[in-house]
Design a protein around this ligand. Structure first.
Ligand SMILES: O=P(O)(O)OC[C@H]1O[C@](O)(CO)[C@@H](O)[C@@H]1O
Length: 550
């Protein structure tokens, strides 16, 4: 019998977690038993804000609404039906939103096969391409809980100008926008001034826990997802949350907490091939921002398919996820997973949220804060004013090499004039994991994402890949707040056709460059290497070839 099957199963409302017991047994003392002995599942289900200590209590008291937001979200359904009818002629749905304001609806649309264009970038080429795509039939959902996220604001400005340039009057342009934000955020007023449809979200739910609030449901419904079904799935599952047995979310949370205490350093999120596309990206933010702080947490590694390198490894908790298992189906889809989480998407959201909150309790961290995200934002704001010119240490054809301060002090790893392979080897050797952070166009430069699996294969270490600046709202918190064991490979690229941001003194290209530089400043002191692609296509080829030759 596989470990997964021998690890036991726990199921409720069509969602099953396999293998959790075996992970719990690896911990010095059973995490699950301790959670149950302290009555934590019941307390959490009843929204007890004291579970993460006195410092976390005020934020927790304000942010536990996700436990039953599926009830309140039903009030949105008539409004959503009206909106879909009213905007029926606008069938190209673009979602501008970062992190918790886009990852859940992206997962819903991908899983349920509905088209949704998610724009969570500042890359000028990618934005320009989006602006040129079916504009006359586009509805733009501008989603931001705070209403002040710089990327989302810039995208809103660019789209508004594009509609005016198309010949729409300001009033007609407003009809192309749906704003989702918290009550009282500056975006409420901006949206109303623009003549947009403004939908205020449940303020008792924090960003990354907001899958089943307006942030998840509005764009998904516009894209054609049956969101009422997701709420039904969550509601049915919620009945299991407070229990001591038959509680898959408890099993998952205890297993993640046990893994962290048993010496695991990473959690690989692996689709088992049965659907639920995009859930890994969503769970990455949930785990990274909720647990990756105070030097603790597990590195989430998003893997695209079960056979990719990095899905398993030493110190890696491999979690397979997928839709509900049919009769006789093998959990984990046949990969070497230690945990398998199978069930409908609405239940998955709630299960992972509950499990993450439990794991935070085990680690002793506040699940509702993201204390290290602010540092990059502050550096970016400063650097937008004046971006210092930097000199490469050396240039290798289409790649300029900029080693950070810490990379040169790695024993035996000093970079001198030399080949790209040496450079890659140096940065790979410099940490227990490598984060590849690409401030590039995720469509035109998509090939670069192959680096993750190539470098994972060559090094045997956990390697993550993120598109900047999106990653600043997902794994970025872990990079800066988690264990200081990472090495960082930042990729930036030449901008051949920059794009203005209406009403701002900087362009998208400058914003993108300032965000990359801001994150370098926030990561200063950690091993970081930047490669700048002076020709994007040639640079990507060069890099992929060098990585393959390692
Ligand atoms: O919804 P907002 O306020 O635009 O924030 C977007 C994202 O930025 C963060 O606040 C920080 O990364 C995330 O937690 C959040 O999901």
């Amino acid at each position: 019998m596989s470990d997964l099957l021998s690890g036991g199963a726990e199921a409720a409302a069509g969602l099953a977690v396999h293998g959790a017991r075996a992970i719990d047994e690896q911990s010095p003392a059973s995490v699950r038993r301790a959670l149950v002995a302290d009555g934590v599942p019941g307390l959490l289900a009843r929204k007890d804000p004291t579970l993460w200590g006195p410092e976390a209590e005020p934020a927790a008291a304000a942010h536990l609404g996700w436990l039953d937001t599926f009830h309140r979200s039903r009030e949105l359904l008539p409004q959503l039906a009206e909106l879909c009818a009213e905007l029926g002629d606008l069938d190209h749905v673009v979602l501008c939103g970062m992190g918790g304001s886009s990852l859940a609806p992206a997962a819903m649309a991908a899983t349920l096969g509905r088209p949704l264009t998610v724009l969570d970038t500042t890359d000028p080429g990618q934005i320009r391409a989006a602006l040129g795509d079916r504009l006359d039939t586009t509805v733009v959902v501008v989603s931001s809980k705070s209403g002040s996220t710089i990327e989302t604001d810039a995208q809103r400005r660019a789209y508004h100008r594009a509609f005016l340039d198309l010949g729409r009057t300001p009033e007609e342009a407003g009809r192309h926008f749906v704003v989702v934000t918290d009550p009282g955020s500056p975006l409420v007023e901006t949206g109303l001034e623009m003549g947009a449809f403004v939908i205020v979200a449940d303020p008792t739910v924090g960003g990354r826990f907001g899958a089943l609030t307006a942030f998840g449901l509005v764009p998904a419904a516009l894209a054609g997802v049956d969101v009422a079904e997701l709420l039904d799935q969550a509601e049915e599952f919620a009945a299991s949350l407070g229990g001591e047995d038959g509680n898959p979310a408890l099993a998952l949370g205890a297993a993640i907490g046990a893994a962290a205490t048993a010496g695991y350093s990473a959690v690989a999120l692996v689709p088992d091939g049965s659907g639920l596309d995009g859930l890994g990206d969503w769970a990455e933010q949930l785990l990274a921002e909720s647990l990756g702080k105070d030097g603790l947490g597990l590195l989430p590694v998003v893997v695209d398919s079960p056979d990719e390198p990095g899905a398993t490894g030493l110190g890696v908790l491999t979690v397979a996820y997928g839709g509900s298992l049919g009769a006789g189906a093998v959990p984990g889809g046949g990969i070497g997973a230690q945990l398998a989480v199978n069930g409908p998407l609405g239940a998955q959201f709630l299960a992972w949220e509950f499990a993450t909150a439990l794991a935070a309790r085990v680690l002793g961290v506040d699940p509702f804060s993201q204390p290290d995200v602010a540092s990059t934002k502050a550096h970016t704001t400063r650097l937008l004013e004046a971006l210092p010119a930097e000199q490469p240490a050396f240039t290798d054809r289409a790649l300029q090499v900029f080693p950070g301060r810490a990379i040169q002090v790695v024993p035996g790893g000093t970079i001198q004039d030399g080949g790209l392979a040496d450079v890659l080897r140096t940065v790979l050797d410099a940490g227990d994991y490598l984060a590849v952070m690409a401030y590039l166009d995720r469509h035109d430069d998509a090939e670069i994402a192959r680096l993750r699996s190539i470098l994972a294969d060559k090094s045997g270490k956990p390697v993550t890949f993120g598109w900047g600046p999106r990653l600043l709202h997902t794994a970025g918190q872990f990079h800066k707040g988690g264990p200081p064991s990472g090495a960082f490979l930042q990729l930036t690229g030449v901008v051949s056709d920059d794009l203005a941001i209406p009403g701002r003194p900087y362009t998208f290209g400058r914003l993108q460059a300032a965000q990359a530089a801001g994150d370098r400043a926030a990561l200063d002191g950690r091993p970081l290497l930047r490669l700048h692609l002076t020709d994007r296509t040639a640079g990507i080829n060069q890099l992929v070839t060098a990585a393959q030759a390692l």
